[in-house]
Design a protein around this ligand. Structure first.
Ligand code: PHE
Length: 340
């Protein structure tokens, strides 16, 4: 017993305390009710009356010693921590906090929305997992159209068909069913096509659909709206060109090109030496599509367009490989300031 007391006394004296954690270790060992020192008091109960007198005093002294040492250690630890604080220079500039930035595709999407909102378009949404009716049949796709083939479309189920939408045009008929004209809406979102991944194609990409239905909407409205968009998006000197095209759900249909931003029409490899770059498909909504949406084509007309967000972003920032958008390489992503 006496030896134990001596050993603990030495330990109390020599226990190294340099941090708050050390201090807590000291407390647990020598002060706490379950610590080593307190367990000696339990042993005392077994001793004879004679021994109790002698040892009792020694133990009480030891307990006092431990408590005093704990107090002084506690004080010195607190002093060093607060003096550390005093040596901190609060006038130093703050270390910049690296928050992320918006993805370039989102920057473009927000800019597109901003431009069309000013023209009175609202923003609508539709499902990416779609049925045959909304993606194809209601849009006047003939039975044997190649887009309905497995090679071009990702089918989830067959008969009845469930698929990943191949374009944002699937939202058109949903909107017509749910709203009465005038309808003036853009529909951004992700679309899927069964294509080999390369610098120019990916199995998923993004589009923005546009739909305007009202009385007396004409082809000139379509042209003027997209001309306005091109100037807002790419600068006031941008020109547009409409090329006759074919889509089952528009008649007449046109492909929209803008003058090449890289060579300004002189010819370069981005525009394949034509001076023009395609940015959208468009046309007047086919009467069958209006009917499928519950709208009388004798009373209302409308135009629709669909553009690729990747394509516009690539032109906007001179990006030459589509795969960069989905590789999540921060060296690429960090280059875009979060300003729409
Ligand atoms: N959905 C067509 C496509 O993906 C684009 C388009 C939309 C064309 C609306 C005309 C009208 O290619």
């Amino acid at each position: 017993m006496e030896e134990k007391v001596k050993k603990i006394q030495q330990e109390v004296d020599s226990f190294l305390v340099k941090s708050k954690d050390d201090l807590e270790a000291f407390r647990l060992k020598f002060i706490s009710k379950k610590g080593q020192l307190m367990s000696l008091f339990d042993d005392l109960k077994l001793a004879s009356v004679e021994e109790k007198k002698k040892l009792g005093k020694t133990l009480n002294d030891l307990k006092q010693l431990a408590e005093n040492r704990f107090k002084s250690l506690q004080e010195s630890i607190e002093n060093t921590t607060s003096s550390d604080r005093e040596t901190m220079d609060l006038s130093l500039p703050v270390i910049p906090n690296k928050t992320g930035n918006l993805h370039p595709l989102n920057l473009t999407r927000y800019r597109i929305i901003e431009i069309f909102e000013r023209l009175g378009f609202n923003v609508s949404d539709g499902p990416e997992i779609e049925d045959d009716w909304h993606n194809f049949t209601a849009l006047n796709f003939p039975e044997n159209h190649p887009a309905r083939e497995m090679q071009d479309t990702f089918f989830i189920e067959k008969n009845p068909d469930v698929l990943l939408r191949t374009h944002t045009s699937n939202v058109q008929v949903r909107l017509m069913k749910n709203q009465k004209p005038p309808i003036r809406s853009i529909m951004p979102g992700r679309v899927y096509r069964n294509e080999a991944i390369s610098a120019r194609a990916h199995c998923f990409f993004h589009q923005v659909e546009g739909l305007y239905i009202d009385k007396n909407v004409g082809f000139s409205d379509l042209k003027q709206t997209l001309y306005h968009f091109a100037k807002e998006m790419f600068g006031k000197d941008t020109k547009i060109r409409l090329r006759p095209s074919y889509f089952p759900f528009t008649e007449p249909s046109a492909e929209i090109d803008i003058s090449c931003l890289i060579c300004h029409g002189k010819g370069c490899n981005v525009c394949k030496y034509s001076g023009w770059v395609e940015i959208a498909g468009s046309g007047m909504v086919h009467p069958n599509v209006l009917r499928n949406g519950g709208i009388d084509p004798e009373e209302f007309t409308g135009f629709a367009f669909g553009m690729g967000i990747e394509r516009i972003t690539m032109l906007r920032y001179s990006i030459n490989d589509l795969r960069l958008f989905s590789e999540n390489d921060v060296r690429f992503l960090r280059q875009f300031k979060s300003v729409v």
